[in-house]
Design a protein around this ligand. Sequence first.
Ligand code: HPA
Length: 269
Amino acid sequence: MSEALSPSAARLRASGFAPRIAVLLGSGWGGLVDRLAGSIAIDYAELPAFPAPGVGGHAARVHLGRLGGREVALLAGRRHAYEDGRADGMKAALRCLAAAGVEVLVQTNAAGSLDPALRPGELMLIEDHLNVAQRSPLVGESGDARFVDLCAAYDPLLREQALAAAAARGIALAGGVYAWVLGPQFETPAEIRWLRGIGARAVGMSTVPETIIARHAGLRVLAFSLITNMAAGMEAQALSHAHTLAAAERAGARAADLLEAVVARLEWT
Ligand code: HPA
């Protein structure tokens, strides 16, 4: 594949690390970076396939190092579809990772809960998704490969291993369907009632485009939500980005514990 020779993939390879797992860090999950041993960081600005930092000046860096006994690439910073209406903002970056030898994409995000029993601070393993935004990062692709099968988008084998890792570490891990909305506005209570009716347990503004890109690129995908709030209309409190970030911050250590345990346990061929 020509991408194997792209400047970004070559730069990652030249780091001396050869990770088979990449972790895309969402809000609240950034503490994982501090757990990396012997790490180096490469700014997205040095990697043409990676997106320029979005509004808000979030970190935009790939951290390479060892976690749970193996080499990993942690991606701090992602492009959201709500920034420019496009679902393909992470396409080149994820393809670059695949070209550089990554085989598993572990995704993380902050999400609202639609289940009264799933509370802020809790963690959810994504079992399946609802592409509510009905946008695709694969629009404009050609060839049969674009008709990607998403029946097992969130890898069943890796999900089993994630549940086992969480249990062994004593971390409660719920499971459920994640609904992707475009944002950036939060949902209305009516939208949340509708999403509950069609099977969503959590709602957020990311992850699904990257899952589609990754499956198209042949990567296995595993994904986790950190519940930061009850979704619109479920409780009296108004929703805000600041509230989301504060809740994510409080649960950050447990989220990092979970990922460390999961990364150590994953096995696939
Ligand atoms: N809705 C959408 N995205 C979110 C939410 C929510 O309630 N919480 C965190 N990200």
